[in-house]
Write a protein that binds this ligand. Structure first.
Ligand code: HMG
Ligand code: MG
Length: 301
């Protein structure tokens, strides 16, 4: 293998991580149309919404209707965020191929985000993972605040591995490691992956970078040096966690594709269709999204 992988797989999280923090209301019909555009872009997985408590994340309170109305492309895995059994039941009714469970490596963020301590969260997720696997679904475990926590500061790789150990023991298929507040620089990625990949196979690890300080692309490069080939990203750079103060959106799918395709790495995704989907949601939100490559393309139209 050369310096870079031949193929990288992107999970599009814009309809979930992107919209969950948006104040402007996007109608269900517009979400459905937008997700259908994304489905046609060659992406292999879309996290289409979140079955959390509607009072906690009002922007995604139509998860059920969205799940029922989107046109399913058989080549795409449609997943959704589920915090507990109630969320899983609703998600299964609406239709999911994958369930994404989530918790944090930091005690305080876990508490703020899902109202439970880390120890209280384990049995809840164990049951969800077990039921989702019984129902034949792919299960991804998100671990948030893997570098820094907005309330506690630095998080050690050992804290992260402790949570990953439990989630793998409960049966998740893979784990997505979240730089929830977008503070990491590549040396932190090295420190974390040195420890994580000494324990788990790189095929089971996904990196999830928020781009608060513009470091996400550098961190993706650092991750690929470790052989990581799976990343989460959000079209246009939409997003942020409502329970992580100061966090910006995910790294923009458009910018990631510009990087990967420029390096000669295949993704199976079509830049033009993604630009169209990004411009569509930018127009619906009535604001300029952070993606630099999107801004450049839009200026050329
Ligand atoms: P809680 O209040 O502790 O829940 O919230 P509870 O279990 O005590 O139940 C209270 C009431 O809520 C009950 O209703 C339940 O039925 C209801 P009542 O009997 O009082 O009428 N309830 C629900 N209703 C609908 N859907 C549900 C559900 N669960 C309970 N799923 C809970 C606990 C987890 C529900 C809440 O804290 C919550 O919804 N949190 C979600 C926060 C969130 O979505 N954060 C953003 C996503 S995470 C993220 O962005 C990070 C990530 O991107 C990775 C990274 O960047 O690091 C993934
Ligand atoms: Mg996130």
């Amino acid at each position: 293998m050369g310096r870079w992988p031949e193929f990288v797989q992107i999970k599009e999280v814009g309809p979930r991580d992107g919209l969950q923090n948006e104040k402007k209301h996007v109608s269900t019909a517009d979400k459905v149309h937008w997700i259908n555009m994304l489905s046609d872009s060659g992406v292999k997985e879309i996290e289409y919404s979140s079955f959390v408590h509607p009072k906690w994340v009002p922007a995604l309170s139509d998860a059920h209707e969205v799940g029922q109305k989107i046109k399913r492309n058989p080549d795409v895995r449609y997943s959704a965020l589920v915090p507990n059994m109630k969320g899983l039941e609703l998600a299964l009714e609406a239709g999911i191929d994958g369930a994404s469970v989530f918790m944090s490596a930091s005690e305080s963020h876990n508490k703020k985000n899902i109202n439970k301590s880390i120890d209280e969260t384990y049995p809840i997720l164990q049951e969800v993972i077990n039921e989702a696997k019984q129902a034949g679904k792919h299960v991804t475990g998100y671990v948030s605040t893997v570098f820094d926590c907005p309330y506690e500061g630095k998080i050690t790789p050992e804290q992260v591995v402790r949570v990953c150990d439990r989630l793998f023991e409960f049966g998740v298929d893979d784990i997505s490691l979240g730089d929830t507040i977008g503070t990491a620089v590549p040396s932190q990625v090295d420190q974390l992956l040195d420890v994580v990949l000494a324990r788990f196979s790189k095929e089971k690890i996904i990196m999830h970078y928020h781009d608060t300080r513009g470091m996400a692309i550098a961190n993706i490069m650092a991750s690929m040096e470790y052989g990581i080939t799976r990343f989460d990203s959000s079209i246009g750079g939409l997003g942020g966690c409502p329970y992580a103060p100061g966090a910006a959106g995910n790294v923009a799918t458009n910018d990631v594709l510009y990087l990967l395709h420029g390096l000669g790495i295949e993704t199976g995704m079509n830049d033009k269709k993604l630009q169209e989907a990004a411009l569509y949601i930018q127009n619906k939100l009535g604001k300029t999204l952070p993606s630099k490559s999107l801004a450049y393309t839009a200026s050329q139209l």
